[in-house]
Design a protein around this ligand. Structure first.
Ligand code: SF4
Length: 190
């Protein structure tokens, strides 16, 4: 009978989306049938992919999509840092703020007025001119921050979103402890 202490447990992955659009997670699903291989190599903890809501054990690799635009993003990111051995910024939003960081040139007041009062999509929907300010809502940060300006990030996977082949290559390299292959052919910035 095998001694269970000799059985090597699989690395654990957790993922989250902060100020992102879930496109990076969609790209991870674009590895298609390799997702079955990935499931052989790792166990998933908290992730939108399996809908597990909370980190339940020590995590080896935490994948972060999106930067930080509010207090809840910061809280989640710090929780990942505290519970993940390695943190990976996935995509331009996590690495540089991405599209949400376009608001960095404006004041918070201007952003809120555009979102709730002035944009064409709210015309006729908010006659009372209410800008939500409930205490339970996350507090907006003064600007959108890339993740590495909030916590230490160990690895970065560029792209918007990173191509599925790049995600596969980097993830399997991290999991297996090998060097990533020819990455430049699978970089994508558009
Ligand atoms: Fe979406 Fe691109 Fe940001 Fe990923 S990097 S969350 S795909 S906008």
């Amino acid at each position: 009978m095998k001694n269970s202490s000799h059985i090597k447990s699989k690395p654990v992955i957790a993922t989250t989306s902060l100020a992102g659009c879930f496109g990076c997670h969609m790209s991870l699903l674009d590895i298609d049938e390799r997702i079955l291989q990935l499931a052989e190599l790792v166990e998933f903890d908290k992730s939108p992919i399996n809908d597990i809501k909370k980190i339940s054990r020590p995590v080896d690799f935490g994948l972060i999509e999106g930067g930080c635009c509010n207090s809840e993003n910061v809280e989640v990111l710090r929780h990942f840092r505290d519970n993940c051995k390695y943190l990976v910024s996935v995509g331009e939003c996590a690495m540089m703020g991405g599209l949400p960081a376009m608001r960095n040139q404006l004041s918070i007041r201007e952003c809120l007025e555009e979102a709730y009062l002035n944009s064409p999509s709210v015309q006729g929907c908010n006659e009372e001119g209410i800008i939500p300010s409930d205490d339970e809502l996350p507090i907006l940060l003064n600007k959108v921050y890339p993740c590495h300006e909030i916590v230490k990030i160990d690895y970065f996977i560029p792209g918007c979103p990173p191509r599925a082949d790049l995600l596969w290559d980097v993830l399997t390299s991290l999991i297996l402890g090998t060097s990533p292959k020819d990455q430049y052919s699978v970089f994508k910035y558009d």
